[in-house]
Unconditional design. Structure first.
Lengths: 66, 212, 228
């Protein structure tokens, strides 16, 4: 395959552009993962709070409350 | 001079361990001679001496790697390194002792390999021999530090060549240049510069690699 | 990671975008066509700044590594790692754009007679081994120190390898190609400077983004451990 000079120049700049795009894609994937983990932790905290509200004998403030 | 006494004691320990167990040196000797025989078949007829010098350097680097891969194994197996690190001596003495012991093994292997090379392939002049000696110092100095790093990893046999080979490229350039260039002195200077810089760097940084 | 340092990221990104846009406009439109090399000389404006940025990243990584060994502060470990990661990405880009330039100038995709390209190949291998080292040692202060020592070896290897490759020319190939003619016009030089600034700022931005992500990751892991 023969390449013209202009095509080669375009390829050089294009490669840099593709690398930066790939980097953005990797960061985006990482953000998705971080978001999922954060929501998991949020659910954990909320479940814990709900359990504390339903449970009549909370373990932490039992001595002072009763 | 307690520092030199420590270094001498550590080197003697390594040599004595090798004399008893004979784990490393026979393997290096057999390896380097086998490689030379393989080269005879790998080099087509009429390739010339220059190609043979190039392959000699491949043999030297890989023989050194073979020795370096075994360098910290006795310490690993018996947990000696932790004791040495705790001992009241300068930790860089451990590195220097190991470097000298590995250098002794490599030089012994070459005492057989270089005459064999001259016999099988091409002559070596004084500049080429000086190049071999200087490159040996460099690769043992850098390699014993890298081997200590690799010893702490999960894949030490695989990791060591990966760590050492890019660092060994200037040594190969210097060694091959000293062997085939009419102006070999410049390459000896490069090797001497390499040895000086990397020996000081390895000596200064060894402590950080072995302490927990 | 304090919020103040993250807050400066959008501004930095905007500045980087503006600078990069003008650098590309300068390099592809404003700069005059080179009399000898024609249009392919325009690769120079992206290739050389990327190469210089790569050196800069390796230097930054080694500087952070030195700080780690000197002060023993673990936060430098991550900074050194991220800088070297950036350096390796830009090093790979240097190899690719350099290869394209070799094709444009000399008609081959690879040539051992370009010292810079060969040096970058050596450095690329060296820093790939850095990642192998990191991934096969258990996380902790010892890994941090081993990586730091290896990073320091890297910046010492750069000049020595360069010297060795220059010397190796004698017996590998006697002829030397010269790429950049000394006669750069003022506009060309200005274009080069703008590109250099743009690429450096881009690298710094990516460094900060990756660092912020890594620190967020670490914080989240700590939070999880605290909750469970």
């Amino acid at each position: 395959m023969s390449w013209s000079q202009a095509e080669l120049v375009a390829a050089a700049y294009g490669v840099v552009f593709v690398f930066v795009l790939a980097y953005v894609a990797i960061i985006a994937a990482k953000l998705v993962r971080l978001q999922r983990e954060t929501s998991e932790l949020l659910e954990l905290v909320q479940a814990r709070e709900a359990a504390a509200r339903l449970d009549p004998k909370p373990t932490v403030d039992a001595p002072s409350g009763a | 001079m307690t520092y030199l006494a420590d270094v001498a004691a550590l080197t003697r320990k390594d040599l004595r361990v090798e004399l008893r167990a004979r784990d490393t040196l026979p393997a290096m000797l057999l390896f380097v001679v086998s490689v030379l025989v393989v080269f005879h078949f790998a080099l087509p007829e009429g390739t010339g001496d220059d190609a043979a010098y190039g392959l000699l350097w491949v043999a030297i680097v890989f023989t050194a790697l073979l020795g370096l891969a075994r360098a910290w194994v006795p310490e690993q197996e018996h947990g000696v390194l932790d004791g040495l690190v705790l001992a009241p001596s300068d930790r860089s003495a451990i590195w220097l002792g190991k470097t000298l012991a590995t250098l002794a093994f490599l030089l012994t292997a070459q005492a057989v390999a270089l005459p064999a090379f001259v016999l099988f392939f091409a002559p070596l002049d004084a500049t080429a021999l000086a190049g071999v000696l200087l490159a040996d110092i460099g690769i043992c100095a850098v390699g014993s530090l890298m081997a200590a790093m690799a010893a702490a990893s999960r894949s030490r046999e695989v990791l060591l060549p990966l760590l050492v080979l890019p660092l060994a490229i200037p040594l190969v350039v210097g060694g091959v240049g000293a062997a085939i260039s009419p102006d070999g002195q410049r390459y000896l200077l490069l090797l001497a510069l390499y040895d000086g810089v990397f020996a000081v760097l390895s000596w200064a940084s060894f402590e950080y690699v072995v302490t927990e | 990671m304090s919020t103040a340092t993250i807050r400066s990221l959008p501004g930095l990104a905007a500045l980087s975008a503006v600078l990069m846009g003008s650098a590309i406009a300068f390099a592809l439109i404003v700069a005059p066509e080179d009399a000898d090399q024609g249009i392919s000389q325009r690769i120079f404006y992206i290739h050389v700044p990327i190469a210089l940025t790569s050196y800069f990243c390796f230097g930054l990584g080694a500087w952070k590594a030195l700080n780690l060994l000197w002060r023993g502060d673990q936060r430098y470990d991550l900074e050194s790692y991220v800088a070297i990661h950036q350096g390796t990405i830009f090093g790979a880009l240097t190899l690719i754009t350099g290869s394209i330039w070799a094709r444009a100038s000399w008609g081959v995709w690879w040539t051992w007679s370009s010292n810079q390209l060969v040096l970058f190949l050596v450095l690329f291998l060296f820093y790939c081994a850095y990642f192998m080292l990191r991934f096969s040692v258990e996380e902790g202060p010892r890994r941090a120190r081993s990586s730091a020592v290896y990073a320091l070896f890297g910046v010492v290897l750069i000049p020595i390898s360069f010297l060795a490759i220059r010397l190796a020319e004698d017996f590998i190939h006697p002829t030397v190609f010269t790429r950049e003619g000394p006669n750069m016009t003022a506009t060309m030089f200005a274009t080069f400077c703008v590109s250099w600034a743009a690429v450096t700022l881009l690298a710094y931005l990516l460094y900060r983004v990756e660092l912020a992500g890594k620190r967020l990751d670490a914080d989240l892991r700590e939070l999880r451990e605290a909750l469970q």
